[in-house]
Design a protein around this ligand. Sequence first.
Ligand SMILES: Cc1cc2nc3c(=O)[nH]c(=O)nc-3n(C[C@H](O)[C@H](O)[C@H](O)COP(=O)(O)O)c2cc1C
Length: 148
Amino acid sequence: MSTITLITGSTLGGAEYVADHVAELLTAQGHQTNIINQPQLEQLDQDSIWLIICSTHGAGDYPDNFVAFANALSEQKPTLEALKFAVIGLGDSNYDTFCAAGKNIEALLVQLGATAIGQRLDIDVSMTPVPEEPAEIWLEEWQNYLNG
Ligand SMILES: Cc1cc2nc3c(=O)[nH]c(=O)nc-3n(C[C@H](O)[C@H](O)[C@H](O)COP(=O)(O)O)c2cc1C
């Protein structure tokens, strides 16, 4: 079983709700979970798997609560070779910058040496009024990477 830190970037609360739901399902499968809604780089250890659940705001920007964390990663450039992670992005495909925050944080972590587990999920809230639903389907497959 794995230890998973769910890190949220959210302005309106949607990504936090997805994180709560995913954490509940992971816990029911016997994994240890910890949700961080105000991420700070120094408080996160690389021994756990990071599951980042982040919406996009502004014009392709990170939510306010996520900016300091993303800036710390790009400025401090820590070596993240031991880290495994996955990203769930929330966005609206009516924006040209659809799910840009999720895509950018994934690219940044890979650049710092971290390994992505499975494929990133981009949830289009214009198509799915309940973002927990695609997250739940994605999680079923993602759990195989954890157990395998
Ligand atoms: C002011 C504003 C700007 C947004 N900009 C983008 C964007 O650039 N790209 C995108 O994919 N979605 C964008 N969205 C859609 C949000 O990502 C989407 O509504 C998401 O579900 C919000 O998640 P949250 O509740 O966790 O903040 C924007 C939404 C708002 C209200």
